[in-house]
Design a protein around this ligand. Sequence first.
Ligand SMILES: Nc1ncnc2c1ncn2[C@@H]1O[C@H](COP(=O)(O)OP(=O)(O)O)[C@@H](O)[C@H]1O
Ligand SMILES: [Mg+2]
Length: 239
Amino acid sequence: MLQIDRLEVAYGALTVLRDISLTVNNGEIVTVIGANGAGKSTLLKSISGLLPPSGGTIQFDGKEIARTPPHQIVKLGVSQVPEGRQLFAELSVLDNLELGAFSRGGNAAENAKELAHVYDLFPILRERSVQMAGTLSGGEQQMLAIGRALMARPKLLLLDEPSLGLAPMVVRSIFEIIMQLKASDLAILLVEQNARAALSMADRAYVLETGRVVSQGLGKDLLADPQVQRSYLGESIAH
Ligand SMILES: Nc1ncnc2c1ncn2[C@@H]1O[C@H](COP(=O)(O)OP(=O)(O)O)[C@@H](O)[C@H]1O
Ligand SMILES: [Mg+2]
């Protein structure tokens, strides 16, 4: 579904991703773990077209998208939930969700159906539909950010640090939702600093260190890998 080959991404003269090759297959959940500053957000932004790469290829469903503008990438079926949610704080929950649908286009009936689906997945959003997004709790805001991305009816969902800044109990419910989405056949590329949780959920995983893939394998194999344990599963990271 997603095939990245020898990707290189730079901010001006500063190259931050080098020689990244990564795949996500249909219905898979793949995670990218790595320390702060490793390049995880940069990777997701380049897939969603916000940051065109300086080298390498990105194919989605067999189509080269490395130079495709973001709104067209959404239409092809890739939605991103950005780090820090980036909601429209002064707009209602419903308005934020409708903006997610708008980015995809589509007709009113399809959008109504997707809205019902998102409200079934997150009943709290239905209750809060007229509330301003900025007044929601952190967990509710993350649900809204995921809901907004789902309104574009993606085949591949890019999730950037969905657990960031949330209380452990809320993190658990967000991760349960991610597993439900996987069960519904959506492919997911999950970026997390919470490596233990991410590796437990993932079919496969990549470890990113200063812009390079230094290790990859099955999620459960990396969980058991002593080097990964030392670097990423220490007390300071486990939530
Ligand atoms: N807009 C930017 N301009 C210049 N450098 C940036 C910019 N955004 C991120 N970087 C740098 O790129 C590297 C990777 O950042 P990022 O992808 O945000 O890492 P992560 O998401 O893994 O924490 C870091 O060294 C960061 O300082
Ligand atoms: Mg980041």
